[in-house]
Design a protein around this ligand. Structure first.
Ligand code: FES
Ligand code: FES
Length: 161
């Protein structure tokens, strides 16, 4: 069965006709060509497909596109609309928080959501907060350092506003 859905993705309104069974991650990647959102497992285990939906990070491989009708979505392509690095992206760069980069878009989105809810997390809270996102390369230590750096930067930014 086909459905017409409308959503805002990275600030732009998108309307499309989709099949009932189409997963949101496939809609994002194949219909919209936003391939920064990755697919690692398709079973909600790895977090590579993490996006922001209505202000919360979700795994888009287990979310139907029709369910996102009316939603506001941000993918990795939209986290810094002015083209500069988001502080979280910069921190991953500075702290060498990636190797192959496959997990990175999902890890960055998840980490931004983590800091939104807990701007000054402990190391344990960071490790727990990103535990739904798997990385096969880094051993996580540099990812944790990156989130700590971003937390400092984002707190400075919020104090200067
Ligand atoms: S592709 Fe969605 S959690 Fe792995
Ligand atoms: S950097 Fe390769 S999976 Fe995380």
């Amino acid at each position: 069965m086909k459905h017409t859905i409308t959503m805002t993705i990275n600030g732009e309104s998108v309307t499309a006709e989709v099949d009932s069974r189409l997963l949101l991650v496939h809609f994002i990647r194949e219909n919209l060509d936003l391939t920064g959102t990755h697919i690692g497992c398709d079973t909600s285990n790895c977090g590579a497909c993490t996006i922001m939906l209505n202000g919360h990070s979700i795994k888009s491989c287990t979310y139907l596109a029709v369910r996102a009708d009316g939603a506001e979505i941000t993918t990795i392509e939209g986290i810094s609309p002015d083209g500069t690095n988001h502080p979280m992206q910069q921190a991953f760069h500075d702290q060498h928080g990636l190797h192959c980069g496959f997990c990175t878009p999902g890890m960055v989105i998840r980490s931004i959501d983590l800091l939104k809810n807990n701007p000054n997390p402990t190391e344990e809270e960071i490790r727990w907060g990103i535990s739904g996102n798997l990385c096969r390369c880094t051993g996580y230590n540099n990812i944790v350092k990156a989130v700590q750096q971003a937390a400092k930067e984002m707190q400075k930014e919020s104090q200067s506003v």
